[in-house]
Design a protein around this ligand. Sequence first.
Ligand SMILES: [Zn+2]
Length: 190
Amino acid sequence: METIGRYSYEQYLKMVEDFHGSQAPGLILGGVMVDYAISRMPPGVLFDALCETAACLPDAIQLLTPCTTGNGWLKVVDLGLFALSLYDKYTGQGVRIFVDPEKLKGWTEIFNWLYKLKPKKEQDKALLLAQMEQAGRAILSERKVMIKDQYLGKTSKGAIANCPQCGEPYPKRDGALCLSCQGGSPYGKE
Ligand SMILES: [Zn+2]
């Protein structure tokens, strides 16, 4: 690997370290995957991103593309799969990049890491990162995808009103109470 997106490989490692506090393997492999996906998008196409895991990979997408969860151009559908797609935001046509188990043979430390076969402290991180750099796209595969309509376009929240229970503004279409007051609150009693 010589470059990741607009950055040299070394620059990207530095970015990951600044952002994450260490050279997180998932962000490094993620960078290679995002770079691969970008290279498959026709020039000039405005793309959105869909990420199939909530771990690490969304951060690589946010570091290397204009797509963030905040601007709505990155959707995280947590299927637990280390895969992502970039797609034309109007037509839904795109490419999915995933780690290909068939191609992992021989890349022992990447295999051990992905399948969590070693406790973290027994991992040879230097070897893992070296294998990731050496392997680059060789452990990945791509396929064409068509994104379902429900993921396309901006999803408007519609009208906003104050929740009669907690008093905070919420999208009225969610019902008589906000989703939190309907039982969705993540907070327990203090
Ligand atoms: Zn409420």
